[in-house]
Design a protein around this ligand. Structure first.
Ligand SMILES: Nc1ncnc2c1ncn2[C@@H]1O[C@H](COP(=O)(O)OP(=O)(O)OP(=O)(O)O)[C@@H](O)[C@H]1O
Ligand SMILES: [Mg+2]
Length: 223
């Protein structure tokens, strides 16, 4: 099995005996290294929940989740956090930058938690140059535009060289010009070998990806 991600009968429900919300009702799919995939579906269909499970931020209620051939349901919280920091990059709709840190320090942050702490400045600077922000290293988040903020977030997701990048509506707060720029960057990163999973409402962004997984009523309706 050379799948990066293998999921079988994956279920997620919230609540207790008196009130249960079934969110994911038995999903089966695989993701291979190097793919660029969109996950689409109506609001509340479980896209973010699925991304949080695949990104090791949350656990499924039941089912199998293999990440790089490892059964991650067997990992304790500490091992799960280590694996997440090493292997997974996140990009969110609202950027999630730390306001009191410079652009460079925001991108350096994940390196501080990783095994390799050598040349942190240089490594962070290089990924920022790669997304066109070499001139904004010492700016603070409130001194740059939305599109630039999202490029900082992309640099931060990339800096640890993760196995996979999850982007949850990364263009949701951007105008159409900045959205196109972000999608072009994600496309180039995929062409350079990165595996990217994009959660999106926007049918225009799915044109950039090779495959679309559609979720409706807790089930996959299209692969
Ligand atoms: N902690 C929680 N407790 C109870 N229910 C939850 C919890 N988190 C999510 N849900 C429910 O799970 C369902 C799916 O939520 P999710 O955020 O995954 O949807 P989504 O597809 O990302 O929607 P959107 O497109 O609006 O972002 C919703 O009905 C939501 O109410
Ligand atoms: Mg969501």
């Amino acid at each position: 099995m050379n799948d990066l991600i293998f999921v079988k009968n994956l279920k997620k429900e919230y609540g207790n005996e008196s009130m249960v919300t079934k969110v994911l009702e038995g999903l089966d799919f695989t993701i291979k290294k190097g793919e660029f995939i969109s996950i689409i579906g109506p609001s509340g269909s479980g896209k973010s929940t699925l991304m949080h499970i695949l990104g090791l931020l949350e656990r499924p209620s039941s089912g199998t989740y293999m990440f790089e051939n490892e059964d991650v349901s067997k990992l304790d919280d500490k091992k799960m956090a280590l694996l997440r920091n090493k292997k997974i990059g996140f990009i969110f709709q609202n950027f999630n930058l730390l306001p009191r840190m410079t652009v460079l320090d925001n991108v350096k942050l994940p390196l501080g938690y990783s095994e390799n702490k050598k040349n942190m400045n240089e490594r962070a600077k290089k990924v920022l140059e790669n997304v066109g922000l070499g001139e904004r290293l010492n700016y603070f988040p409130n001194q740059i535009s939305g599109g630039q903020k999202q490029r900082v977030a992309i640099a931060r997701a990339l800096v640890n060289k993760p196995s996979i990048i999850f982007a949850d509506e990364p263009t949701g707060n951007l105008d159409s010009k900045s959205s196109t720029q972000i999608m072009e960057i994600l496309k180039r990163l995929n062409q350079e070998g990165n595996t990217i999973i994009l959660v999106t409402h926007d049918p225009r962004t799915t044109n950039y990806t090779e495959r679309t997984i559609k979720i409706e009523d807790g089930k996959i309706t299209e692969k």
